[in-house]
Design a binder for this molecule. Structure first.
Ligand code: GUN
Ligand code: ZN
Length: 438
């Protein structure tokens, strides 16, 4: 088996950076090397040291002066919404009814699902994202299409068919029993196949009957190693409708709590309007709140209070995500740029080291996959993104005045997008240059 030796400026995080000069929180090599064998990083460090371990016949790829980072992770995205993104003029519930549910009915057609899954994963790779937690449509075929495409590319992805049995058009409804049966069959077929991971996915309380949430809880009990993903506290009208549908619940979070859906592998999209009790419940259970800044701005949903959630006595575990098609960009760089602005509107700042921690190791920890991805540590999977801070004329000009790594990262976040992603490695294989049109 031939091995590959990458050379470039390597950056990987050890923990959350408390401040911009908290240098012990990350490992940066100005002339770094990554030795890759069988899809894994087998040696990482100073290039001169790593090269000594490379042996004969190693394929050398020199990415200098670019940065080598762990592949980005998107913790919440809807692959069937590629033709929903950029839909004008509605808040959440109208947006779902007007654009999203009709679009998702098309995924009853397996061929359509396969085409969009292929284009979606192309787009992820083009933007430097190597792992996602994805919602499929209600149709079992849409999840099969997603996993087949992901498995073909040997990507580590988490996904699930949404379960939804009310308050939506017939073409996107299942039943508590069919949702359960389809989920069981998909778990049996896909969970743990290669790098594929299944997430139990009740869409949200409005589109699931009590019987369906009961079944979702049963699935979580039967498969405690699986992720669970849903939406929580995104929009005021959504919260009010949920209270009407579940009048016995103390609050929105309590709906999910009562059905046993909170836990360390539970991912809750949005979490914008949480009460202190709800935040405590998420914290106590180790659940994850997923920050979706471009979506929250686009749909006018509200400002996620990232720093307060981190600092509270009972802190929240936080992930960041695009939430395409409510989100407006596939890029995690664009996402963290908008995230920075949301946090600024809350009177706080997120420094660039913290941002890049979030979209690599931070998201990997939130998704409980940091043993495999999210760092450049030895023995982890070789999912790597190569970034060029001079990718456009405006970036090149601004780079003339940049003196520090932190400034370069902030420039990448503020001005960068897919053009700044020069190459992406998925399990050690060049994946971006492999796409048609590179
Ligand atoms: N809540 C329930 N479904 C969705 C969805 O598809 N997108 C967003 N942003 N919120 C939701
Ligand atoms: Zn969503």
């Amino acid at each position: 088996m031939t091995s590959t030796l990458l050379r470039g400026r390597t950056l990987s995080f050890l923990r959350w950076p408390e401040a911009i000069d908290d240098h012990t929180a990350w490992r940066y090599e100005e002339d770094g090397g990554l030795l890759i064998r069988d899809g894994k990083i087998v040696a990482a460090g100073a290039y001169a040291q790593v090269e000594k371990q490379a042996g004969e016949g190693v394929r050398k790829i020199d990415h200098r002066p670019h940065l080598l980072l762990p592949g980005f992770i998107d913790a919440h995205v809807h692959f069937p919404q590629m033709q929903v993104i950029a839909s004008y003029g509605a808040e959440l519930l109208d947006w779902l009814n007007t654009y999203t549910f009709p679009e998702e009915t098309k995924f009853a057609n397996a061929q359509h699902g396969r085409r969009i899954a292929r284009l979606f994963l192309d787009e992820m790779v083009r933007h430097g994202t190597t792992t996602v937690a994805a919602y499929c449509s209600v149709h079992k075929a849409s999840a099969e299409a997603f996993f087949a495409e992901s498995h073909d590319r040997n990507m580590l992805n988490i996904a699930g068919k949404v379960m939804m049995d009310r308050n939506a058009p017939a073409g996107v409804l299942d039943t508590p029993q069919s949702g359960y049966d389809d989920t069981k069959a998909l778990i049996a077929e896909w969970h743990g196949k290669g790098r594929q991971l299944y997430a139990i996915t009740p869409r949200f309380a409005i589109t699931s009957s009590p019987e369906q949430l009961e079944m979702s809880g049963a699935l979580c009990r039967e498969h405690p190693d699986l992720h669970m993903q849903t939406h929580l506290s995104e929009n005021h009208a959504e919260i009010a409708f949920t209270q009407q549908l579940y009048p016995q619940a103390r609050d929105y979070t309590d709906v999910y709590e009562q059905y046993g859906l909170l836990g360390k592998r539970s991912l809750f999209g949005h979490c914008i309007h949480l009460s202190e009790r709800e935040a405590d419940a998420l914290s106590d259970s180790g659940s994850v709140a997923v920050f979706c800044p471009t979506s929250n701005l686009f749909l006018g949903s509200g400002l996620f209070d990232y720093q307060r959630f981190r600092r509270r006595d009972k802190p929240l575990r936080i992930a960041a995500a695009t939430d395409v098609g409510g989100g407006t960009n596939y890029s995690m760089l664009r996402t963290m740029d908008e995230g920075y602005k949301v946090i600024a509107l809350n009177g706080e700042k997120l420094n660039p080291l913290q941002s890049f921690w979030q979209l690599t190791r931070g998201n990997a920890e939130a998704l409980s996959v940091a043993e495999k991805v999210g760092t450049l540590d030895e023995c982890t999977d070789a999912d790597i993104t190569v970034l060029d801070a001079r990718a456009t004329p405006a970036m090149r000009l601004r780079m003339e005045t940049v003196e520090t790594l932190a400034e370069e990262l902030f420039l990448l976040q503020t001005l960068g997008d897919d053009r700044a992603v020069r190459e992406v490695y998925v399990a050690g294989r060049p994946a971006k240059s492999d796409l048609i049109g590179g």
